[in-house]
Design a protein around this ligand. Structure first.
Ligand code: NIG
Ligand code: FE
Length: 407
């Protein structure tokens, strides 16, 4: 099947050098005025000026998607989510609005352990149905690739169940977040040792996940515990990710750099030392402003300092029932621009090509270039800057994944 996405007012190809974009390169979107994308067998054949691309097309046989007056760009790569997570935590939400803190909420039976109890009880089928609905909602908001962490199971059965559910969706990249918090039945050191001995090798051997992640924070795991866990994860061949500097400044971002982690995520409390270390490293800074917004906090990650120092920055929703119940990458872009002072161009590149690098998927997706999978969106907008500008609205008209219209 051949598809021609024709005549976009602005085609953002995000074409550029291999590797994540840094500094001024993060603002280069490969913008083609009046552009088209030709797709065959789910793969991009050509993306560029309509006058050349349209000529390559046998218009009698091709399906035409008219994009006149609109913006066409790569689908979003949501590179940090807790997709398989059970029900919403509405009591936590109301308690927080009433002024309760993290520990009060946990003491009242809320917090991460609420979700753990729920996920342990739910069947794989029920979790799969929920993930399916969430992915559909994300696709309507323009997301075409999703990273999905486990971490609401914590025991062997529930973690494997979670990773299998995530792995059933071709657009999902699973991450083992066994080290989310210590489970009720074990202390943190024993739990780390058990994961190092049993779970990490098992996850790698059965190819249940591509990455291992650890939540390094007060009430979760220390830097030393995270180091042990991640060293073992690297030994068994998993890529490394860290929830770093979210509530407490722990040194986790420096650990990410030390271990050559693929990404250090959150970074709300990161200071000059972390910014400088990340800028010198290959580790991508994944920023998650949705969780700051939903928690009603005001300290966002230092995006401007990170970008200006030369760090590779990506954006994601952090979709989860406790701190960021959103499906919307466009909302994340709005927050990135207004709260973290990223430019609209930087936010677009951070949410597409750099996010693809953050999940090791940049050879397949994240930009519109010949040979890549045709993951693209048509926006009912005349200028890409309107994407973050109109906040809390969804202007995605069409979402294509591997050339198929999904939403
Ligand atoms: O990324 N910080 C730890 N994990 C999640 C929150 C999990 C939850 O509250 O359920 C996060 O924000
Ligand atoms: Fe998270």
């Amino acid at each position: 099947m051949t598809t021609l996405v024709r005549g976009a007012r602005q085609l953002l190809t995000l074409r550029g050098p291999a590797g994540p974009r840094r500094g001024p390169a993060l603002r280069e979107l490969g913008l083609v005025p009046n552009g088209s994308v030709l797709v065959r067998g789910g793969v991009i054949v050509a993306a560029g000026p309509s006058r050349t691309v349209d000529r390559l097309t046998d218009l009698r046989r091709a399906r035409i998607i008219e994009a006149a007056g609109k913006v066409v760009m790569p689908g979003f790569v949501d590179c940090h989510t807790h997709l398989v997570c059970g029900p919403p935590r509405l009591q936590d939400y109301e308690r927080r609005i009433a002024g309760a803190g993290y520990s009060e909420i946990a003491a009242a039976g809320g917090g991460i352990l609420f979700s753990v109890r729920a996920v342990r009880k739910l069947s794989a089928r029920a979790l799969e149905e929920q993930a399916h609905r969430t992915l559909a909602a994300m696709a309507r908001h323009g997301t075409t690739t999703v990273e999905a962490k486990s971490g609401y199971g914590l025991d062997r059965t529930a973690e494997i169940k979670t990773l299998r559910v995530a792995g059933r969706f071709p657009r999902v990249i699973p991450t083992y977040l066994g080290a989310h918090i210590p489970p009720p039945e074990m202390d943190a050191d024993r739990y780390i040792a058990w994961m190092a001995d049993c779970m990490l090798p098992l996850v790698a051997r059965r190819k249940l996940a591509r990455f291992a992640d650890v939540y390094c924070d007060a009430g979760a795991f220390t830097v030393e515990q995270a180091r042990r866990y991640l060293r073992r994860a690297a030994e068994v061949g998993l890529g490394l990710k860290i929830h770093a500097e979210q509530f407490a400044r722990t040194g986790a971002a420096l650990l990410a750099v030390e271990l050559g982690a693929t990404s250090a995520d959150h970074l709300e409390q990161a200071g000059e030392e972390e910014v400088a270390a990340l800028a010198r490293s290959e580790t991508i800074a994944v920023l998650l402003p949705g969780s700051v917004f939903h928690l009603g906090l005001s300290r966002y990650a230092p995006a401007r300092a990170l970008i200006d120092a030369g760090a590779a920055v990506a954006l994601a929703t952090d979709h989860n029932p406790g701190t960021s119940p959103t499906f919307s990458m466009p909302m994340v872009l709005s927050l990135a621009c207004t709260q973290m002072r990223m430019t609209p161009a930087e936010a677009v590149a951070a949410a597409t090509i750099n996010a693809a690098h953050a999940v090791g998927a940049a050879s397949r997706t994240g930009s519109l270039e010949a040979g890549k999978q045709a993951d693209l969106i048509v926006l009912d907008l005349a200028d890409y800057r309107e994407l973050p500008y109109y906040f809390g609205t969804n202007n995605v008209a069409t979402t294509l994944i591997a050339g198929e219209v999904i939403a």
